[in-house]
Ligand binder design. Structure first.
Ligand SMILES: [Ca+2]
Length: 319
């Protein structure tokens, strides 16, 4: 098993609205060697209206005494595991947490169509579950009903965080040795500026890591993009069911997975032993070139999407 995935398998399942303005991004220095872009510019999410379409249910805002007062966009973050009074990051009303909510959906209203270059999420690593989403899908919309992908889904690697996380620290969290060693869990930014999108409404569809099932955030950023992003084309596929288009998107993904499984089964059925061309060392020449269907990768931080959003042939009916 590859090293980046080693900790994934080891984690235990038992581990556990709305004003618009622009403000500078927080500018805390990233540690040296960070691969995360040092984002500077306008944070469109600052004090913006947003809706947690998935109500937080994990500590923090879970308690009825804690109301969401815009804390995901108030510019305040807790940069340590505990506040000065010793209260932990995940349990404070300043953080929102979700446990076994798949996916978490948060929709921001930027007030008007804006150019969007990227996003940022502030969270933490702890031995008890909280971690960044395993997959982040960013959708954009002009009417809060019809959403389109801003980019292929993003994945988060420890080295991408700011400051970056070492694999051995991640493994230590898996082994729950941090408190015993006197090392406290740490908070980090995940930031990417790889979007080139536009839209008034920005939906974040966050899939928790399958081994933890927990997402905890205390701040979200949406980074302003270049002016010419306002002319950026969008994928043809439109997702209109559910907040942020999430229901349509999930159905679309499920259809893509089913097609992939069927293709794999078919490929197995007509495998190399039955294909004279393969025996001759030649490419498979079946209908559509089954042997050549592997999709191109979209970059280190992009996860392959089960179906090209721009390819209407793979769209489920009615979506
Ligand atoms: Ca905050």
């Amino acid at each position: 098993m590859s090293k980046p995935h080693r900790w994934i398998a080891a984690l235990s399942l038992s581990w556990l609205l709305l004003g618009v303005s622009c403000a500078p991004l927080s500018t805390e220095p990233a540690s040296s060697g960070s691969s995360t872009p040092a984002v500077r510019g306008v944070n469109l999410a600052a004090h913006a209206k947003y809706e947690c379409a998935s109500p937080p249910n994990y500590w923090g805002w879970k308690g009825p005494e804690h109301k969401d007062t815009g804390r995901l966009a108030d510019g305040r973050i807790l940069e340590s595991w505990a506040d000065p009074e010793g209260k932990h990051f995940y349990a404070l009303p300043s953080a929102a947490g979700w446990s076994e909510v798949k996916p978490v959906v948060i929709v921001f209203d930027l007030g008007m169509a804006r150019s969007i270059a990227g996003i940022g999420l502030h969270s933490l690593l702890s031995p008890w579950g909280p971690y960044w989403p395993a997959e982040i899908t960013v959708m954009v919309s002009d009417d809060n009903t019809h959403f389109q992908l801003a980019a292929p889904p993003l994945s988060v690697a420890p080295a991408q965080l700011s400051p970056p996380l070492r694999d051995d620290v991640v493994q230590a969290a898996i082994d729950r040795v941090l408190p015993q060693k006197g090392i406290e869990p740490t908070t980090h930014w995940y930031r990417t500026d790889q979007l080139a999108a536009r839209g008034r409404y920005v939906a974040l569809i966050l899939m928790p890591h399958p081994s933890t099932g927990v997402i905890v955030l205390d701040e979200v950023e949406i980074h302003e993009g270049r002016a010419d992003f306002q002319k950026a084309s969008r994928p043809k596929q439109v997702f209109a069911e559910g907040k942020g288009g999430v229901r349509s998107y999930q159905l679309y993904g499920a259809m893509g997975e089913r097609v992939s499984r069927d293709m794999a089964a078919l490929k197995e059925k007509i495998g190399p032993k039955r294909n004279p061309a393969r025996h001759a060392g030649e490419p498979v020449a079946g209908p559509g070139g089954l042997g050549n269907r592997a999709r191109p990768t979209t970059g280190a931080v992009h996860k392959e999407f089960p179906g090209d959003p721009a390819d209407q042939r793979s769209s489920p009916p009615g979506v």
